[in-house]
Write a protein that binds this ligand. Structure first.
Ligand code: SF4
Length: 350
C-alpha cells in the first residue's frame, strides 16, 4: 500500500500528514456543562491511547471546558464550533489546539478573516468538516443529491475562503453515512488537494453496524493510502471508538502498539472455550498496560492450531482442558490450570 503523502499539520504535540503515523481521535459525548464529566471522559480515552480529542463548544460560556480537559490530559484538543466565530476566537485564546469550523457557515468575510488571523498567529490548524447531509443549498441544487463531486466542491469552497486570508494550515473531512459515497468523495478529494485528511463515516450507527461501516469505509481508504487521522463514529462510548480506531489501523496493516489477537472460529474439534480465553487474554494484556506490537494466537486445537497461526509470535492451541504453548511456531510446553494467566505471563516475558 502506497500512502498518499499530504502536507504536515501540527495539532498540539501530534503531527499528522506526511509520513506521520495515522492518528486516532474521538469526540467526547458528556453534556458540555458537566466539566468534571468531560475531564473524566477525556482521561479515560487518553489512557486508551487516544491521540486527538474533540468536543463541541456551543457557546462562549462553554469555552471553560478546555481548561477542565487540559488540567487532566495533554492530548491535543479540538474545539468543534458551528456558526459563532466569536466562540472560535475564544477557544483559540483558551488554548485549543485545533478548531473545527466551516468558514462558509460563520457569516461575513471579516469573521473568517478574524478566525484565520487568530489561528495563524498561534499556528493552530482548522478542520473543514463537510457532511453529505448538510451541503450548501446552491451546490445541492446543482448536483441534485449529495454526490461525491458535490461534497468535494463544498470542501474546496470552504478551503478557498480560508486560503483567501493566507490560511493553509488546513485539515479536511468529507463524511457521509453512505459508505460507497464517502469513499468515492475522499478518493476524489485526495486527488485534488494535498491537505491532510480526517477520515470517518459519519452517523455510522450503533456499535455493530458502526463498526462494520467504519471498518469498510475507513479501512478501505487506508488500504488506498488515504487518511491522516481517523475517527470511528459510534452511537456508543468514545472509549469504544478509540479501541475500534486502533483495530481498524491494525487490520489495514499499520503498525500499532499493543497486541493483535488472532483466534480461530472454533469448530466440532474444539474442546476448550476459545472465545473466553481470547477475550480474557485481551483484557488482561490491556489491564497490564501491554503496549508492544505482537500477534497472539488463541486456537482451538493442536491439529491445525499452530499451523493456522503461523504468523503469530506466541499462542496457545487447545486440547482437553489444557493448551499447547507455542512461540514462533515452536511447541514449548503444555499449559494446565490457569491457561490465561500463564499465557499472559509468557507474552510479557517475550
Ligand atoms: S484451529 Fe482447530 S478448533 Fe479452531 S477452527 Fe481450526 S480446526 Fe477447528
Amino acid at each position: 500500500m502506497e500512502r498518499k503523502l499530504k502536507r504536515e499539520v501540527k495539532i498540539g504535540n501530534v503531527a499528522i500528514g506526511g509520513t506521520n503515523p495515522v492518528a486516532v481521535q474521538t469526540m467526547l459525548n458528556v453534556p458540555i456543562k458537566d466539566l468534571a464529566g468531560n475531564a473524566a471522559q477525556a482521561k479515560r480515552v487518553a489512557e486508551l491511547g487516544c491521540q486527538i480529542l474533540r468536543a463541541s463548544v456551543p457557546t462562549l460560556e462553554d469555552v471553560k471546558v478546555i481548561d477542565a480537559i487540559k488540567s487532566v490530559t495533554d492530548i491535543p484538543f479540538v474545539a468543534d464550533i458551528h456558526f459563532d466565530y466569536r466562540v472560535a476566537l475564544a477557544c483559540v485564546e483558551a488554548g485549543a489546539d485545533k478548531i473545527r469550523i466551516n468558514p462558509g457557515n460563520i457569516g461575513a468575510d471579516e469573521n473568517v478573516r478574524a478566525v484565520a488571523r487568530a489561528c495563524n498567529a498561534k499556528n493552530i490548524p482548522i478542520r473543514i468538516g463537510v457532511n453529505g447531509g448538510s451541503l450548501e443549498k446552491e451546490i445541492l441544487a446543482r448536483y441534485g443529491s449529495p454526490t461525491p463531486e458535490a461534497m468535494v466542491e463544498s470542501a474546496l469552497y470552504h478551503v478557498r475562503l480560508l486560503e483567501k486570508h493566507d490560511f493553509n494550515n488546513i485539515v479536511i473531512s468529507i463524511k457521509s453515512s453512505n459508505v460507497p459515497r464517502m469513499m468515492a468523495a475522499y478518493r476524489l478529494l485526495s486527488e485534488q488537494c494535498d491537505y491532510p485528511l480526517h477520515v470517518g463515516v459519519t452517523e455510522a450507527g450503533t456499535y455493530r453496524m458502526g463498526l462494520i461501516k467504519s471498518g469498510m469505509g475507513i479501512g478501505g481508504l487506508l488500504l488506498d493510502g488515504i487518511g491522516d487521522t481517523i475517527r470511528v463514529s459510534l452511537t456508543d462510548e468514545p472509549e469504544k471508538e478509540v479501541l475500534a480506531g486502533y483495530d481498524i489501523l491494525r487490520a489495514a496493516g499499520h503498525t500499532v502498539g499493543g497486541p493483535e489477537i488472532i483466534s480461530c472460529p472454533t469448530c466440532g474439534r474444539t474442546n476448550i472455550p476459545v472465545a473466553q480465553i481470547a477475550q480474557e487474554v485481551e483484557e488482561e494484556l490491556r489491564r497490564r498496560g501491554f503496549r508492544r506490537s505482537i500477534k497472539v494466537a488463541v486456537m482451538g486445537c493442536v491439529v491445525n492450531g499452530p499451523g493456522e497461526a503461523r504468523e503469530a509470535d506466541i499462542g496457545s492451541a487447545g486440547g482437553q482442558d489444557e493448551a499447547l504453548l507455542f512461540i514462533k511456531g515452536e511447541r514449548i510446553r503444555m499449559l494446565r490450570g490457569d491457561i490465561v494467566g500463564q499465557l499472559v505471563d509468557e507474552i510479557c516475558k517475550l
